[in-house]
Unconditional design. Structure first.
Length: 144
């Protein structure tokens, strides 16, 4: 009897070590088992809710199964509308970006024009100074 107990304890211990080694090899397995259990529970809850919904619809005189085709069509239409909205939003953003770039180019052109006018003024002033100084040089050269 004592020998049988020892063997059973040895088997239990070997099972524990095997389980520990399996967990060490695949640490995600317990998490996976937990998620599978949650998924099964959720499936049961959903099927129970569908049955209750069918009973409710039957008791109210409607078809016991809702029109899934209509639901799917509406869902597809909603997705399509959402995609179209996103596309329009992207177009709107690109148009705004182009407008800002054109506005910036327009600003840059006006700034460039102003800078060009300032350069022309400076060039005119420098040319007049050169003429003025060239007139002074011959005068100084002619004076002994």
């Amino acid at each position: 009897m004592l020998e049988i107990r020892r063997r059973m304890l040895g088997l239990k211990e070997s099972c524990r070590t095997r389980r520990r080694s399996e967990e060490a090899i695949d640490p995600s397995k317990p998490r996976l088992d937990e998620l599978n259990l949650k998924l099964r529970r959720a499936d049961v809850s959903v099927s129970r809710a569908e049955e209750e919904f069918a009973c409710y619809r039957a008791s109210s005189g409607k078809n016991s199964y809702s029109n899934f085709d209509k639901t799917n069509k509406l869902s597809a239409k909603r997705k399509e509308t959402e995609e179209e909205r996103m596309h329009l939003l992207c177009l709107y953003k690109s148009i705004l970006k182009d407008i800002n770039i054109m506005h910036a180019k327009h600003k840059a052109a006006s700034v460039t024009g102003e800078a060009l006018e300032q350069l022309k003024k400076k060039l005119g002033l420098l040319e007049s100074e050169i003429r003025h100084s060239s007139l002074k040089v011959p005068l100084k050269a002619s004076i002994p």
